[in-house]
Write a new protein. Structure first.
Length: 342
């Protein structure tokens, strides 16, 4: 039986030299080393040997198995390299040519405008503050002078999570949160960029939108201060020839409250389709911080005053880039987004 092992070894080594493909090598492995292979079949007969001959037989069998496995691995490596070389030579592809270029991405129009807004207000001495998007009813409404039964709540169709938790309807809650933490220190001079949520969806509204809130609290802050800040912003964002005007309005957390218009940058104030022949375009709402808001958040309205305003980033982007439907900014259409490469 030992002689059969040695003959098997010579037969296998000789056959290995003649194999020409990876498939033939795999077939060889099954034929000699598989569960029903020739070497395995001989090993199963070891029980017929006398006890004293079995160790020697097992040692020789293991050496033959190790030799065949090593030679098989080496042959497989050599054949794989040859097959790869043949394949590369047969394919009519120049692998030394550079690959096809991929077009780089670009900033989203909202990101571009938001960065510009931040740069403008940082240049005016403001710092950036951020707050939670899941807000309590107290900070979203009550701390901003909008009690539970106040009709102003009807202006905001809100996403409620529980009776007391909601997706914030504006970035204004950071007014109350900041004053609460800072009181009685002065000045407070922040902008709050971030997402807000309301159940609106049409050409000029989406359920999720971006806002930038501004809060400035100090001594002797007035409407003149507000107008100066907004005029500087309008000219940096829309051009040095822009003018602004303030129209009376109503917001629960400011008094007095104003709507802010800029002179039309399309017609120079003469009247066109963009400004609806008025010469003015509305861009944001603003006002002086309501005394109740100052008082509820730790400041004496007899000693200090403040201004606040909020703008929709999508609204600014639509005006700046001439976009006529806000929903285009959220549809991921490359034909639209590629227009904003910088």
């Amino acid at each position: 039986m030992l002689k059969s092992l040695m003959e098997l070894r010579e037969e296998a080594v000789e056959q290995l030299k003649q194999l020409q493909s990876s498939q033939e090598l795999n077939d060889f492995k099954v034929a000699y080393l598989g569960k029903k292979g020739k070497l395995t079949t001989i090993l199963r007969q070891m029980g017929k040997l006398p006890m004293e001959d079995r160790p020697k037989f097992g040692q020789v069998a293991n050496e033959i198995r190790q030799t065949l496995e090593e030679n098989l691995a080496l042959a497989l490596k050599i054949l794989s390299q040859k097959e790869q070389t043949v394949k590369l030579q047969s394919e009519k592809i120049d692998i030394t040519l550079p690959g096809y270029p991929f077009s780089a991405g670009t900033m989203h129009p909202i990101t571009l405008v938001l960065r510009e807004i931040k740069e403008i207000f940082i240049g005016l001495g403001f710092t950036i503050a951020e707050g939670p998007e899941i807000e309590t009813d107290y900070y979203d409404f009550q701390a901003l002078n909008i009690p539970l039964d106040h009709p102003a709540r009807e202006m905001q169709d809100t996403f409620y999570i529980t009776e007391d938790l909601l997706l914030r309807t504006h970035t204004s809650p950071m007014q109350a949160r900041t004053m609460e933490v800072m009181a009685p220190n002065l000045p407070i001079k922040i902008i709050v960029p971030g997402k807000a949520y309301r159940r609106d969806e049409d050409a000029t509204h989406t359920p999720m939108f971006h806002q930038v809130e501004c809060l400035y609290v100090d001594k002797n802050v007035s409407l003149a201060t507000l107008k100066g800040i907004l005029l500087s912003f309008a000219r940096q964002m829309f051009g040095p020839d822009r003018e602004i005007r303030l129209r009376p309005s109503f917001f629960s957390f400011t008094e007095p409250s104003v709507e802010v218009d800029i002179s039309c940058f399309n017609c120079g104030g003469k009247g066109c389709h963009l400004c609806k022949q008025s010469g003015w375009i509305e861009i944001l709402g603003a006002g002086l911080v309501h005394p109740n808001v100052l008082r509820m958040n730790g400041y004496d309205p007899e000693e200090v005053s403040g201004l606040a305003f909020g703008m929709g980033v999508e609204r600014i982007a639509m005006l700046k880039f001439g976009i006529d439907d806000m929903r285009q900014m959220f549809q991921n259409d490359l034909r639209f987004l590629n227009q904003f490469r910088v």
